[in-house]
Design a protein around this ligand. Structure first.
Ligand code: NAP
Length: 478
């Protein structure tokens, strides 16, 4: 099937590129139109033309459109979930969880249209009424990665639209279909033309066009640190408002007093589910010396039980890497890790043979006795590769965990409440979990990292308004 771009309420065709199933590269999931710089400019102009009417529509009326989008996605739930597994490779239960989350995100922000809180405070002066209201920014560019192909477009589009902005969506080339389905739902919901625009195609070409597009006021980007830094520099030249959510090298700290089995399960879940391709995945597990050997053995034993394969099949725990480039990256880091830390305790190879030959399948891999200066303890891999590190005690573990430039998520496994609070106040990461996997967030609270992982206001929950709207303050004498 051919999936066209969407500009000013029209489906626009052109030269196409293929979206293939990473579990079976013989299967074309869809053909997408390769957008051009001219398309981006046309989309930004359409969004600008649509802005006055959309931004002055009552908030609850914008909310009604978003409720309709959620209902349409709900009706197509099974189709969209299966398509996500076919285009991204994650297992069908994971895909269903993500589509459910996207629907919930649209409903959550639809409701916010009836609230949209500002400030009303008493003046020091007689008969002066003073308040601040939220105003939308204008045209916002939304650039999204391949690993959460529905939830991330949803958690950018829904708050942007409810605040009254109009948007140009640029999905990842490896998995554009899930975002396309949201845009299709916006079209079917009757959202006025020009409010939502969608352009697939090369990030390099479209990214440059987006930051140069005259009407653009802001960009929200999720993806790699390299692209984010480039985008930041370009956007700064035009003083565009920018929000960047980028990479992580997330630690799980396991203390000797933890619920041992739960800590093993949480670590395996966070390191390997979704093929380690979550920005919040655990890639370093820092284990207190007293339980290190026992924990390492248990981790290896639990990992042996994981089933790798096509995520459409029941019983599969881990799907493929997204593409050849990510598989090559995983294998390159496994080579580096083998040189630095010795052979992995488990895994380390591309999977071949029946069921594997047509996909980018790789074994979940564990390196033991990894130390702080090693590359595999410092750089994001974004695959199912876990570094196990030894710490003398809690203080040592916290120091190791903080000793990198990235700070997205972090987890602590312990039953000691004092250490929980030490961790909450001293761990340098934007998202913390305790006795849960480091990955697995909800949409009702702020989401985002700290240090080099993020820049700008947080996403999701009430914090989303800090990026997608501005205050206008009014002093009124009566
Ligand atoms: P990526 O290569 O940076 O791509 C992200 C998006 O940017 C894609 O749509 C890509 O388009 C586009 N892009 C590429 N070059 C561009 C340019 N010069 N200007 C503007 N846009 C450009 O990242 P990815 O490989 O898709 O995703 C993996 C990364 O995302 C990991 O580092 C992961 O940690 C991070 N991530 C972070 C979060 C978070 O919330 N912190 C969440 C998920 C993922 P093409 O696909 O066409 O190249």
């Amino acid at each position: 099937m051919n999936f066209k771009n969407y500009i000013n309420g029209e489906w626009v065709s052109g030269e196409v590129f293929e979206n293939r199933n990473p579990a079976n590269t013989g299967e074309v999931v869809g053909e997408f139109v390769k957008g051009s710089a001219a398309n981006v400019q046309a989309a930004a102009e359409a969004a600008q033309a649509a802005f006055p009417a959309w931004s002055t529509l009552a908030g609850p009326a914008r909310g009604n459109f978003l409720f309709k989008v959620a209902d349409i996605l709900d009706r197509k739930f099974d189709l969209i979930s299966a398509e996500m597994t076919r285009e991204e490779g994650k297992t069908l239960p994971e895909a269903k969880g993500e589509v459910r989350r996207s629907i919930n995100i649209f409903r959550y922000f639809a409701g916010e249209g009836s609230r949209m809180p500002g400030f009303l405070v008493p003046s020091e002066r007689d008969r002066v009424h003073m308040f601040a209201i939220r105003k939308p920014l204008g045209v916002v560019g939304l650039v999204t990665p391949w690993n959460f192909p529905s939830a991330i477009p949803a958690w950018k589009m829904a708050p942007a639209l409810i605040c009254g902005n109009t948007v140009v969506v640029k999905p990842a080339s490896a998995s554009p279909l899930s975002a396309w389905r949201i845009v299709e739902a916006c079209h079917e919901a009757g959202i006025p033309k020009g409010v939502v625009n969608f352009i697939a195609g090369s990030g390099g070409t479209l990214g440059q066009a987006l930051v140069s597009a005259g009407p653009l006021k802001a960009i929200s980007f999720t993806g790699s640190c390299e692209v984010g830094q480039w985008l930041h520099a370009e956007a700064s030249k035009r003083r565009l408002r920018i929000q960047l959510e980028m990479g992580g090298k997330n630690p799980t700290i396991v203390l000797a007093d933890a619920d041992f089995d739960a800590a093993v399960g949480n670590t395996v879940n966070a390191a390997f589910f979704s093929t380690g391709q979550k920005c919040t995945a655990t890639s370093r597990v820092i284990v207190e010396d007293a339980i290190y050997d026992r924990f390492l053995n248990a981790l290896v034993e639990r990992t042996k039980k994981l089933k790798v394969g096509n995520g459409m099949e029941p019983g599969i725990d881990i799907g493929p890497a997204i593409d050849q480039a990510q598989l090559d990256t995983d294998l390159r880091y496994i080579d580096i890790g083998t040189r630095e830390a010795g052979a992995p305790r488990i895994g380390g190879r591309r999977l071949t043979g029946p069921g594997y030959d047509k996909g980018y399948f790789i074994e979940p891999t564990i390196f033991a006795d990894v130390t702080e200066e090693m590359t595999i303890a410092r750089e994001e891999i974004f695959g199912p590769v876990l570094a196990v590190m030894r710490a003398k005690d809690f203080e040592d573990a916290l120091r190791i965990a903080n000793n990198i430039p990235l700070g997205l998520s972090a987890s602590l496994q312990t039953t000691n409440v004092s250490r929980v609070f030490e961790f909450v106040y001293r761990m340098e990461a934007g998202l913390l979990t305790v006795n849960l996997p480091s990955a697995g967030v909800e949409y009702q609270l702020p989401f985002g990292g700290t240090k080099d992982s993020s820049f700008g206001p947080k996403e999701q929950g009430p914090a989303a308004f800090d990026f997608y709207s501005d205050y206008k303050t009014v002093y009124l004498k009566y």
